[in-house]
Design a protein around this ligand. Structure first.
Ligand SMILES: Nc1ncnc2c1ncn2[C@@H]1O[C@H](COP(=O)(O)OP(=O)(O)O)[C@@H](O)[C@H]1O
Ligand SMILES: [Mg+2]
Length: 241
């Protein structure tokens, strides 16, 4: 088995807050892995640690077989942050170009930028300043920025928060297509109703992994009919049931 991500007994504290408490998980290549848990569970901290943007206190993280943090690996990974991080005065094209440059893209850059913009269906707005776009369009622009350098792994932190249902469906269609190309997606959410679209799920609470498996497995093991109930079941049992 080759993994895109291997997290081994990772701890991270912010002062008194123990945000990651010996968390371990492995994510296979080419799947969509859903990190599910309430606000404050540690999802963003875990994603930032996997990206190598945050130094952990102990434990080890490997991304694409390299121990993180590791600068060269970051060029092979895309990251869509939880809050929109775009330059409002720049156009869609210029924003995507900026991310392409940051990722060190120089061959066929223009084609890659146009393809990323087309993928999120923003070609007609490529020359519009980001501040003139709707919230949903800005999310799509962020996704184009995360994909422009054709990363092997893409981390999407709550990509569908504040996104209307139609765009949400479009996003999940994009994600499935990326999986078909062998790209690994890690998607965090605090909304359980999207979880069924993920290949595998990890339930996260208080910086620990409560349970892991496909949606069907998690439901069967918990003996519940909804993922919300399953989450509560595993939460009552404590970590790594
Ligand atoms: N930079 C930080 N400084 C202090 N506390 C932080 C910082 N980042 C996260 N935390 C705390 O760590 C915990 C986990 O946060 P986070 O990873 O953002 O959770 P989630 O993304 O699941 O909502 C929370 O208690 C949060 O307040
Ligand atoms: Mg978060």
């Amino acid at each position: 088995m080759t993994y895109a991500v291997e997290v081994h007994e990772v701890h991270k504290r912010f002062g008194k807050v123990h945000a990651l408490r010996g968390l371990s998980l492995n994510i296979e290549r080419g799947i969509t892995y859903g990190l599910l848990g309430p606000n404050g569970a540690g999802k963003t901290t875990l994603i930032r640690a996997i990206m190598g943007l945050l130094k952990v206190d102990s434990g080890q993280i490997k991304l694409l077989d390299q121990v993180m943090p590791n600068k060269p690996v970051m060029a092979r990974v895309g990251y869509m942050t939880q809050s929109v991080a775009l330059y409002e005065d720049l156009t869609v094209y210029q924003n995507v170009q900026f991310f392409a440059t940051m990722a060190g893209l120089n061959n066929h850059t223009r084609q890659a930028i146009e393809e990323a913009i087309a993928l999120v269906d923003l070609s007609a707005r490529a020359r519009s300043p980001v501040r003139e776009l709707s919230g949903g369009m800005q999310r799509r622009c962020s996704l184009a920025c995360a994909l422009v350098h054709r990363p092997e792994v893409v981390m999407l932190d709550e990509p569908t928060v504040g996104v209307d249902p139609q765009l949400r469906v479009q996003f999940w269609d994009h994600f499935r297509r990326l999986n078909e190309q062998g790209i690994t997606l890690i998607v965090s959410s605090h909304v359980m109703d999207e979880a069924e679209r993920c290949t595998r799920l990890g339930f996260i609470r208080h910086g620990t992994l409560l349970a892991e498996g496909s949606a069907a497995e998690l439901l069967a093991r918990a003996g519940t009919s909804t993922l919300e109930e399953a989450f509560l079941h595993y939460a009552e049992q404590g970590p790594e049931a």
